[in-house]
Design a protein around this ligand. Sequence first.
Ligand code: GRG
Length: 294
Amino acid sequence: MDFSTWMSGIQQRTEVALAAALPSPDLAPTRLHLAMRYAVLGGGKRVRPLLCHAAGAVFGVDSALLDAPSVAVELIHAYSLVHDDLPCMDDDVLRRGKPTCHVEFDEATALLVGDALQAHAFQTLASRLAGIAPARQLEMLHLLAAASGSRGMAGGQALDLDAAIDRPGEAGIITLQAMKTGALIRFACEAGAIVGGAAPSDRERLAEFGSAIGLAFQLADDLLDLTADSSAMGKATGKDAAAGKATLPALHGADWTRRQLAGLVAQAHDLLRPFGDSAALLKAAATFVAERKS
Ligand code: GRG
């Protein structure tokens, strides 16, 4: 099966799994549940679920076992976008080509949507999951909490908010990006290996792969922020420069960034070499993340 056919299948599968995991809009409080579904469903590339499924495929895992970690990481990602768009953070009005959650609903609802999505992610991953040993579930819960918290995504966001004043250099930017966006991507890859019962060295290899791809993902995003227009992205672009935020493409230019991206993809592909053909989808996913146009 070619990568784009596989990718559409996983995106559709993830949409169904997310819709089933989220509380019904008929259930009280209906407005909150409607807003949660608005923030999660019907948009997004589902990069983290794609990586989780592709990582699991390296170890021959049945897709059904990868739905829970994929849904959990996507719910955390969706919550982060809702909070990131709030007036107290990036103050964005457009996300995935539609009004942001606080514009469509209101600020207080958007705040609660983020809170509830975060809790729901952990509830999903902590539910009884047929076919996954509880010890593996516990490991994933621990990793997802660490990836989301003050030493992961939330901490990276805090460093990013300070970046316009602190003006971090290259090493500082790489650290904050590894936390802000890399941590969830690393989790998605490592979770696939955990569900697959990978040996510790293979699991670490997948986590390192996730870190390389996380950095590539952020570089590609910063490059698109510099070069793409907002209609292609479905969100505002050019915001980093306007906010005076240092990014690696802003420091070094687009050509340097494209060379770095190619280097990171080569590094990621090298990490997968021992897995041979069973890593074909994950290899293609790495290329997709670095070369994406939106
Ligand atoms: C508010 C705690 C908290 C964290 C926010 C992820 C994040 C941290 C902020 C998002 C800001 C941003 C645009 C970062 C660049 C990388 C990124 C996460 C882009 C959006 O992710 P995609 O491209 O989005 O996977 P889709 O819509 O495809 O799901």
